[in-house]
Design a protein around this ligand. Structure first.
Ligand code: CAA
Length: 258
């Protein structure tokens, strides 16, 4: 792959957007390779995925403006769908995905971070949806996910006024969970990933699925999704192991992903 680098560290996978000369801008090839990379991860081994950007300047500075600039209507809508399809794949990926935002996360970059389950960032991170200043709307989910994360009022100000915000503001409004000095970002991401990976994998997957699926349902239907997935956990080895360890006052747990 030209623009994606993948690395596995134990049970944690790391995808690097690797187009630093263009600030990791998302062209069709980057999206295609990201899609392929997601498909080729061995989910029997990998329990948490981290997505970050190569270099110390950008997570991703958006969809590729050069590529988009001459698109006719139909192909522009297809480009939007291409991004949305990959980002939906990330959002619905069976294992948790952490965005480690290491610099600019603008337009499609901000949108990429928002389809991940958890966002953390470095102190130099900048988030924003500058699209209206380019004569377009956000097209990779930004008109939908930003208001779900930070609320409609703040999201509309960011999108309609095309206002970028720095890491401290992103933290204040809940767009990111933690801010770190850049040199510490990946260690922090790996530590968080390790903590998630130490829990029962099927329970972690089911909890993500329950939260995702329930979110857009009325509460009475949403809790039914939860009830089924909760019940399913009781068919697993790891439920017996987790509860057995508690009852036997045992610290070590041997979760086997079954
Ligand atoms: N698309 C294509 N190329 C990009 C890019 C993008 N989104 N962002 C940066 N680049 C390229 C620049 O063209 C430049 O390339 P050259 O060296 O070949 O000229 C290189 O990356 C470095 O960028 P700058 O020289 O501009 O770096 P800077 O430090 O002066 O500025 C920046 C950094 C503020 C992030 C600036 O690059 C910028 O404003 N980028 C565009 C951000 C943007 O508008 N993103 C939204 C895109 S639209 C979108 O994403 C739609 C959607 O939802 C689908």
């Amino acid at each position: 792959m030209d623009f994606i680098r993948y690395e596995a560290k134990g049970s944690v996978g790391i995808i690097y957007l690797n187009r630093p000369k263009a600030l990791n801008a998302l062209n069709s090839q980057v999206l295609q390779e990201l899609d392929l990379a997601m498909d080729s991860i061995d989910l029997e081994i990998i329990r948490v995925l981290i997505i970050t950007g190569e270099g110390d300047k950008a997570f991703a500075a958006g969809a590729d403006i050069g590529e988009m600039s001459t698109l006719p209507r139909k192909r522009a809508a297809e480009f939007s769908k291409k991004g949305n399809d990959v980002f939906l794949k990330i959002e619905n990926y069976p294992i948790p995905v952490i965005a480690a935002v290491n610099g600019y996360a603008l337009g499609g970059g901000c949108e990429l971070s928002m389809c991940c389950d958890i966002r953390i960032c470095s102190e130099n991170a900048v988030f924003g949806q500058p699209e209206t200043g380019l004569g377009i709307t956000p097209g990779f989910g930004g008109t939908q996910r930003l208001e779900r994360i930070v609320g409609a009022g703040r999201a509309k100000e960011m999108v309609l006024a095309a206002t970028n915000i720095k890491a401290d503001e992103a933290y204040r409004i809940g767009l990111v969970n933690h801010v770190y000095p850049q040199a510490e970002l990946m260690d922090a991401a790996l530590k968080l990933a390790g903590k998630i990976a130490s829990n029962a994998p099927i329970a972690v997957r089911h909890a993500k699925k329950s939260m995702n699926e329930g979110y857009s349902l009325p509460i009475d239907e949403a809790v039914e999704v939860e009830e089924e997935l909760f019940g399913d956990c009781f068919q697993t080895h790891d439920q017996k192991e987790g509860m057995g360890a508690f009852l036997e006052k045992r610290k070590e747990k041997n979760f086997i992903n079954q």
